[in-house]
Design a protein around this ligand. Structure first.
Ligand code: SF4
Length: 292
């Protein structure tokens, strides 16, 4: 491409960026619409505004602002990519959480604090409008066991901590019956802001929020992730079967294991299921006792 064509393409990409479209695909030359030719991902590096001074790392004049095939943060959608890092790559389900995403990644060993910082005063989805506090997660940053619930309720929203209401007290009791303390484990949710009237989070809310959850799990590197209720199961395992059918079984989950069980709030509404919850906690204990 000559300089004029490059400028034209850069202008077009800038226009699409203004519309919020950040990922593009190019079809290899000669390919037709019907041919099954693999497409190559393209990461757009933000081009400087025509009216502003050039930013650090901005493409030099005459260079294209499109970097072909760069995949700095494979797990992230644009919603969850750390600031200044363009998002691209396979979905979280396609790669082990504990694999190195890329030798060029700048945040291979990010901390929970860094992830919290990236989340910021998040307004990436509509749940921000009704929340009082973002409930990021709580517990041991090196926990062997991570619990993932659905979303904060009223008590959690007020205190900024996960599972502190009635359901939280039941979860604490189960953790203690299993011979652990709450401080030993890490507890978080699929979405970090309270859905109105405690409704189930909507798919688009889960889509923008869950990459932060995946980053938390990847950072903690637990031996087991316990999915509390259907939204957690669906988000992390992609399993569509009902929770009653799949609970208590160990699933492979991106280089570690996951176990679906009932959400404690469901057990509070259906006290007869507490026996099942205890059984599943027993499975958790046995798994954690087993050799690595
Ligand atoms: S639910 Fe998650 S994505 Fe939505 S506003 Fe809260 S922190 Fe952001």
């Amino acid at each position: 491409m000559d300089e004029k064509q490059c400028r034209k393409v850069a202008d077009m990409l800038e226009f699409y960026q203004d519309l919020g479209i950040d990922e593009f695909y190019v079809r290899r030359s000669g390919a037709t619409r019907t041919a099954t030719v693999p497409v190559q991902p393209v990461t757009v590096i933000p081009a400087p505004s025509r009216n502003s001074a050039p930013k650090e790392n901005a493409p030099a004049p005459g260079q294209s602002s499109v970097a072909f095939g760069k995949r700095p943060f494979p797990h992230y959608t644009s919603a969850a990519a750390p600031q200044g890092v363009a998002a691209a790559g396979p979905t979280a389900q396609s790669m082990s959480l504990f694999e190195s995403p890329s030798p060029t990644t700048t945040r291979q060993n990010e901390t929970l604090e860094q992830i919290r910082e990236d989340l910021g005063d998040c307004h990436r989805c509509r749940l921000a409008a009704g929340r009082h506090t973002i409930v990021f997660g709580q517990g041991n940053p090196h926990a062997e066991l991570v619990f993932v619930g659905e979303g904060p309720g009223a008590d959690e929203d007020a205190q900024g901590l996960p599972f502190v209401g009635r359901a939280g007290r039941l979860l604490n009791r189960m953790i203690e019956l299993a011979g652990m303390k709450r401080e030993d484990v890490y507890i978080c949710n699929v979405v970090k802001c309270r859905p109105p009237n405690n409704r189930t989070p909507l798919p688009d809310e889960i889509e923008v929020c869950s990459p932060f959850l995946l980053r938390q799990i990847r950072t903690i590197k637990p031996r087991l992730v316990c999915c509390l209720g259907a939204p957690a199961v669906k988000t992390l395992l992609g399993v569509k079967e009902g929770i009653t059918k799949i609970r208590g079984q160990l699933y492979d989950f991106q280089g570690t294991k996951a176990l679906p069980t009932f959400h404690p709030a469901y057990v509070l509404r259906n006290p007869r299921e507490e026996k099942i919850l205890r059984e599943d906690f027993q499975t958790i204990v046995e798994f954690l006792k087993s050799p690595r």
